[in-house]
Design a protein around this ligand. Sequence first.
Ligand code: GCU
Length: 422
Amino acid sequence: MQRNLLLIPIVLTIATMMFTARASISQDASSSWQADPDLVEKLTRQRREFNYVESKVPTYTLPDPLVTRTGQHVGSPKEWHDGRRGELLDLFRDQVYGRRPDTEYSLRFEQTAEVTQAFDGAATGREMKAIVEIGERSFSFPFVVFLPNNASRPTPAVVHINNRYFVPLATALEKPDPFWPVKMLIDRGYATASFHTSHVDPDKKDGYADGIRAFFAGGDPPSDTAWRSLSAWGWAASRVLDHLETIDSIDAARVAVSGHSRGGKTSLWAACEDERFAIAYSNNSGCGGAALSRRAYGETVGRITSSFPHWFCKPFSNYAGREHELPIDQHEVIALIAPRGVYVASADEDLWADPKGEYASLVAAAPVFELLGKRSIESPRMPPLGQQRIKGQTGYHIRSGGHGLGELDWGLFLDFADTLLK
Ligand code: GCU
């Protein structure tokens, strides 16, 4: 016993030495996150045409969200809401995500399956079809909804944009899926709904003819500034919200929209276009999502617009290598969501998505939250790896690991959502 006690300080000292050694190559658990230099080197070697080195990020000045195109300073919430917000929204529509059509349509929902005692009676699950009609023509896409059975009052909800696959009701019941952890959401008191992006607008360069955009355009090709897939998927999230609004057990004023990667770019833009969303959660969204374009770190405007021409309207591609000429940057997407909630999550190894740029845009939106009388994250220093930061309307975490969305991210996001929606 005595001998064992004596061993403890020795073991601790060795452990500390090992940790310190590790920390000097990666990082100190208490200091602001920095990209692992070994990873930076490796990625630089693998993809020479992209920059992963912090010191090579171009010097840039971000456009001020509180200064209009004509140089007027926006000094009141009224000036923001009545003038500048609309101006910014139009800039993003015309330069980045494209403009949605104003064609009239009708919308109805059909229930195709229901299970009232899902997860040992904790939830009701329904498979639904959203049917969009213009004259005699119709377009539909499926989605799945889960409602907590035992809530004493209307619950908040999360609309999850699934960019990977469709999860039919039966699959959601059979197999837990960390990408959309239904049971976890229910256990935490949230209703949830999800659809698959490609059911709305196929996620491929040549998928236009089969998607909602072609349906709206009556088959005509899209103009240069017409909406593209990200906007179409965000539009679909709003249609799912239309349905949630009809459910008495959901409090439609407390609905978040979430997505990962291309789905995270979409969730941000969905909340810009639709002010009914109370929170946008963007996970590892990177370029064209939370990350600042001007940093040109990891994925760039040039690369994303050539690899995924169906995501952004044509003008965005003109800023390839000329990011500093953009009249906007991605911090203003976050500003457009203010004073509502925004949660951004990054992953340590996902340098393609530029974690620093994702965090920086959240911070650069702070003056707008402040103008609107709300608190938000302002510290320019990123939190340490694995440590969540929440201040007022915004929250952030960077976890270890690669590009992905799992229960750890969801749990932290829901901790943030609880502060605003519960
Ligand atoms: C690609 C793309 C990213 C995107 C990601 C995803 O890596 O370059 O912009 O976020 O796919 O959606 O998984």
